[in-house]
Write a protein that binds this ligand. Structure first.
Ligand SMILES: [Zn+2]
Length: 376
């Protein structure tokens, strides 16, 4: 297939050289558009349409928040991933609809994909193919057009790059593939000044195999999207101001129903819709605890501070452990993680279920006028 800018006789000549009898119309291949024009909105609108179609059947059903999370992972993430696995648009999805209001570490810790990072990791796979298989047809075409006298790693974006080249270029890896000399820039970035000087004083290995590019984060040195995505996300998350450095896997690996894991994740993230939280967001509601009606209701009060919770902890036999930490921690999140670290797994799992039950009891009292007796 050819661009509309190409003269008909050139199209014909190239078709003869390449052995193509007839140039294809810009239709779809494997359900995806064959040509990417200037308007990306039009080209990618079908992804929106497909998501919309898939979600139509779900719209009328009431779904729990844990169910919605599963739905997002199973449908909303799967459709664009299919697209990215066979094509390579750069940053074509800004996952505002899913990600807005959810801090990046939450997305990561909870199993949602960050699509920008995932997109870059997928692009890296295409770039890796160019680098590791320079004699392939597509590699030779890109080299002839964009870096005829150099290598992919050092190629420049150029003046009017195509959409696909711009996408690939975004994932450009850093390296020096065949110079038989030290890459001083890279060594300076990676090593301390002392180590850098020691390395540069050594003669680079010669007479052995020619240099080749290896991927540092897999054992066999071959690029993988999974390892790339993990590295990108770890860097992004650790630089994020919402980052809470704790063992979230402990929550997700608990032997409790998924809804309880999801609930405790929200509680430790501090995103439960407590009355204080709702009130501070402008909801016309009293910020006081609906059980004792004396103190502001936040996560700490809901699970520890409220006098109605103490009998629950005493009854379940873990009050002593909780009480011993009350003077040492500053938040419910810190208390929760300290307790989960200290306890054997089975006690931690019980703790998670108790938190979940307490929240349900609270809701039962508010919405169904349930029993206020903590020994329910
Ligand atoms: Zn209370």
């Amino acid at each position: 297939m050819f661009s509309n800018n190409l003269a008909p006789d050139l199209k014909h000549g190239l078709s003869c050289i390449l052995g193509i009898n007839k140039s294809l119309d810009a239709g779809r291949y494997l359900g995806l558009p064959s040509l990417v024009g200037r308007s990306k909105k039009i080209i990618f609108r079908h992804i929106q349409d497909r998501l919309y179609q898939k979600l139509q059947n779900w719209r009328k059903r009431p779904i729990s928040i844990a169910g919605r999370a599963t739905l997002i992972k199973a449908v909303a993430q799967a459709v664009p991933v299919y697209y990215m696995s066979v094509s390579f648009p750069a940053n074509f999805i800004h996952f505002a609809q899913l990600g807005s209001g959810i801090p990046l570490p939450c997305i990561y810790n909870q199993g949602f994909r960050d699509f920008t990072a995932f997109n870059v990791a997928m692009l890296g796979k295409q770039a890796w193919r160019l680098v590791s298989n320079p004699t392939s047809f597509v590699s030779r075409i890109y080299k002839a057009k964009y870096y005829p006298r150099g290598v992919f790693m050092e190629a420049r974006l150029g003046n009017s790059p195509s959409f696909l080249w711009r996408s690939l270029w975004h994932s450009q890896l850093v390296g020096n593939s065949s110079s038989n000399s030290w890459n001083i820039d890279m060594i300076s970035r990676i090593f301390s000044a002392r180590d850098r000087d020691c390395i540069l004083n050594l003669p680079p290995p010669s007479g052995l195999e020619p240099d080749r590019i290896i991927w540092h984060w897999t054992s066999n040195g071959v690029y993988s999207v999974k390892s790339s995505y993990r590295i990108i996300m770890e860097r992004l998350v650790q630089n994020h101001h919402f980052f809470i450095d704790d063992d979230w896997h402990r929550i997700w690996n608990a032997d409790v129903p998924y809804k309880a894991r999801y609930f405790v994740w929200r509680a430790l993230r501090g995103v439960l819709p407590t009355r204080l939280s709702l009130h501070s967001r402008g909801v016309q509601i009293s910020p006081l605890c609906p059980l004792c009606e004396r103190n502001l209701e936040n996560s700490w009060h809901t699970f520890v501070g409220c006098p109605t919770t103490t009998p629950v902890w005493i009854e379940t036999g873990i009050w002593t452990d909780i009480n011993s930490l009350l003077g040492e921690v500053n938040s419910f999140t810190e208390l929760g993680f300290r307790l989960l670290r200290n306890w054997p797994k089975i006690i931690g799992d019980q703790f998670i279920m108790i938190l979940w039950s307490m929240w349900h009891r609270r809701n039962d009292i508010i919405w169904n006028d349930g029993p206020r007796d903590p020994n329910w």
